[in-house]
Design a binder for this molecule. Structure first.
Ligand SMILES: [Fe+2]
Ligand SMILES: [Fe+2]
Length: 199
């Protein structure tokens, strides 16, 4: 799977999705730029693997803002809602410039709100963007240590096969001296998923 090529095929530009610390309400090792770039990357990987291309683009945009309004690193049901309320309008211009429609921005608000709410997500057409965002976020729970990523809670049938990749991506990125750029995450993912098919 060439994640960089998949990203390009969605018609979006990397330079429009560069994160800065000032985008976030607070600095966080667990929920900051590196975590967000990995979740964005996992959204693309799940889109390529599942064939839910437009849904993965919506999830990707949601991932960009999903943890920007966190006020702490603990369990919090509301930081998704805060991000939808306070961060979406700051960044919706960049989404519109990538061809995201008004209706899709409303879906981004819903899934960003929903990503931190408890409860199951039924995997049906209307819930696919939320399922992708939640699974992409969950795949990066590997950073919290063994036992924190529960495969049985993953929603899409394809997600479980990417646990090893998610761990390898986290390890490869954290071995670097400085925070990887999003472009570097795309390249690392592509290298790790060489030989894995996309739909
Ligand atoms: Fe979150
Ligand atoms: Fe997150």
């Amino acid at each position: 799977m060439n994640v960089s090529a998949y990203f390009a095929s969605l018609g979006i530009r990397e330079e429009h999705f560069r994160l800065e610390q000032t985008h976030f309400d607070r600095e966080s090792h667990l929920h900051g730029i590196a975590h967000t770039y990995r979740v964005m990357t996992h959204c693309l990987v799940l889109g390529a693997a599942s064939g839910y291309h437009r849904e993965s683009l919506i999830a990707f945009c949601g991932a960009f803002i999903h943890d920007m309004a966190r006020q702490n690193d603990g369990r919090c049901e509301y930081h998704g809602q805060w991000a939808a309320e306070r961060k979406l309008h700051q960044h919706s211009k960049r989404f519109f410039s990538e061809g995201i429609t008004d209706g899709e921005v409303s879906v981004i608000a819903e899934i960003v709100t929903g990503h931190s709410l408890p409860g199951d997500v039924q995997v049906e057409k209307k819930n696919i963007p939320l399922a992708i965002l939640k699974d992409a976020d969950a795949l990066d729970r590997i950073r919290l240590g063994e036992g924190n990523l529960k495969p049985e809670f993953l929603r899409l049938s394809q997600s479980g096969s990417f646990i090893g990749y998610a761990q390898a991506l986290y390890c490869a990125a954290t071995e670097r001296a400085s925070t990887c750029s999003f472009e570097e995450y795309l390249a690392l993912s592509s290298a790790l998923l060489r030989g894995v098919g996309s739909r």
